[in-house]
Design a binder for this molecule. Structure first.
Ligand SMILES: *[C@@H]1O[C@H](CO)[C@@H](O)[C@H](O)[C@H]1NC(C)=O
Ligand SMILES: *[C@@H]1O[C@H](CO)[C@@H](O)[C@H](O)[C@H]1NC(C)=O
Ligand SMILES: *[C@@H]1O[C@H](CO)[C@@H](O)[C@H](O)[C@H]1NC(C)=O
Length: 456
């Protein structure tokens, strides 16, 4: 080959290369962060799939909004091995035990209707809701929203099912009503808590996706804010008292607690504050930020009328939690260990004295008290991250679905729900609802498997 010919072919090669590079850059600009995704895939040692993203910026002004029909499906990374689920997921087996041997018939599900706020149906990865009665504030809306996000996170993986959901405070399925011959017809009803006397199936409460009425942001955001907030004051520099702020009119024990407020005669080492949500709302909630409430060495947890949404916020404060022994179980609270994650306080006539002693003990043994506070925060930060909340729901729904003895069908009068229609509908009513939904929306399907369930 002559010099001239060689130069010509090199020039042509460079020309073609430049042209294709320019074309590629251009295409990347059109498809968003194509470059970074491709780059990440190339440098990854394992062969991994390209992350699919949902069409995210839907436009609520388009009133003809319908649920999309072409959701992307997950492609798992090759060789991705699932992590073990946190211990508390073991309780899924326990909560479903009443139906373990005989399964769940359609009649059983129907008999739960009298208690339910809504029926949720999942058929072929799509969700349908039949509403029976309104719930307090937006509890039902954000609960359904959470399930829709699960469908986005694990498209095609959530099995068909029909379930009844109750959004109130009180538990509804009493054990004593379902003993003897009636033990074979327990209505399976999903709810946010149960206790030793009830058979409600425990499901994470709405606050994981947000509580707009009192400006409690979605859990992912709040958890991060608490982590940052904890850095502000070192444990030893915090006030050597126990802190509680809330609505005392929710239960008799909370009223009892209020008797421990400092009086002329006695200082019980506790700082108690009444939360006036009406006033807070007018002031833009600037004094009720959860991450600003980690200022004391000790924090008190006390139930409201049943479980209280506040438990996870209190435990995540790096302060030692003085836990007035709860009657009701939230899904994660059953694997908390006394003296490791909290200081237990029996609900007796001596609450004030016991609180005072606990605070005194902590101030005498600061290293131990600090360690208990930090262990609880670590438990919450690690075991209660949003990924595991979704995995808990995924496993709960999957195990529940295995027990169904009938084919789930879309009921007449049920509405198909999806993130697009829901965010827009609710957004018209109250701006914070839409903001929280956009914030807590799952942006792309997960490309790893759900965690592995512990055995019963
Ligand atoms: C949303 O849709 C409306 C009506 O179709 C249009 O006027 C508006 O510009 C759109 N907004 C955005 C952000 O695309
Ligand atoms: C709304 O959507 C339906 C079904 O996709 C379509 O037939 C109809 O023309 C749409 N209406 C408007 C006003 O865009
Ligand atoms: C804390 O220490 C003080 C002084 O040593 C002691 O009087 C008190 O009994 C201790 N309290 C507790 C609960 O350990």
């Amino acid at each position: 080959m002559s010099y001239g010919k060689r130069w010509a072919s090199i020039t042509i090669f460079i020309f073609v290369f430049v042209i294709s590079f320019v074309y590629w850059i251009d295409k990347s600009a059109l498809t968003g962060n194509y470059f970074f995704r491709t780059f990440a895939t190339t440098i990854s040692p394992k062969k991994s799939s390209v992350q699919v993203e949902f069409p995210f910026k839907f436009n609520c002004s388009n009133l003809n909004l319908t649920c999309p029909t072409n959701y992307p499906v997950t492609i798992e990374k090759e060789g991705s091995s699932p992590v073990a689920c946190p211990e508390y997921m073991r309780w899924i087996h326990e909560d479903l035990r009443p139906w373990k041997s005989a399964g769940i018939t359609r009649d059983m599900v129907e008999s739960g209707r009298v208690y339910a706020n809504f029926r949720l149906v999942i058929v072929k990865g799509k969700a349908y809701v039949e509403k029976y009665k309104g719930s307090y504030q937006t509890r039902d809306v954000f609960t359904i929203w959470g399930i829709l996000q699960l469908l986005r996170l694990y498209p095609g993986k959530v099995p068909d099912l029909e379930l009844m959901f109750w959004c109130g405070d009180e538990t509804v399925i009493k054990k004593r009503d379902h003993q003897g011959p009636k033990a074979t017809s327990v209505p399976p009803v999903f709810h946010y808590c149960n206790d030793d006397e009830t058979l409600d199936i425990v499901f994470p409460d709405w606050s994981f996706w947000g509580w707009p009425e009192i400006d409690i942001k979605p859990w992912r955001t709040t958890l991060e804010a608490l982590k940052e907030g904890n850095k502000r004051i070192e444990w030893k520099d915090r006030k050597p008292y126990a802190f509680w702020k809330g609505n005392p009119y929710m239960s008799r024990t909370r009223m009892e607690l209020m008797k421990c407020r400092i009086s002329d005669k006695q200082d019980w080492n506790v700082h108690l504050y009444i939360q006036d949500w009406g006033k807070e709302s007018k002031q833009g909630f600037k004094n009720s930020k959860l991450e600003d409430q980690c200022t004391h060495r000790y924090k008190i947890y006390i139930e409201g009328s049943t479980w209280s949404v506040s438990e996870k916020y209190i435990l995540a404060c790096n302060s030692m939690t003085l836990l007035l022994m709860p009657q009701y179980h939230e899904f994660f609270t059953r694997s908390l260990v006394p003296m490791q994650h909290y200081w237990p306080i029996k609900v007796t006539d001596n609450i004030c004295r016991d609180l005072k002693l606990a605070v005194e003990w902590g101030n005498n043994h600061t290293d131990k008290a600090q360690a208990i506070g930090e262990a609880a925060s670590k438990f919450i930060q690690e075991n209660l991250k949003m990924d595991f909340i979704y995995d808990y729901i995924f496993h709960l729904l999957s195990e529940y679905s295995k027990l169904l003895k009938f084919e789930p069908t879309i009921p007449l009068g049920a509405l198909e729900v999806c993130s697009e229609t829901m965010a827009c509908l609710e957004g018209n009513k109250f701006w914070r609802i839409k903001n929280f939904m956009v914030e807590s929306m799952v942006k792309s399907p997960r490309d790893t498997l759900p965690c592995t369930m512990p055995p019963p």
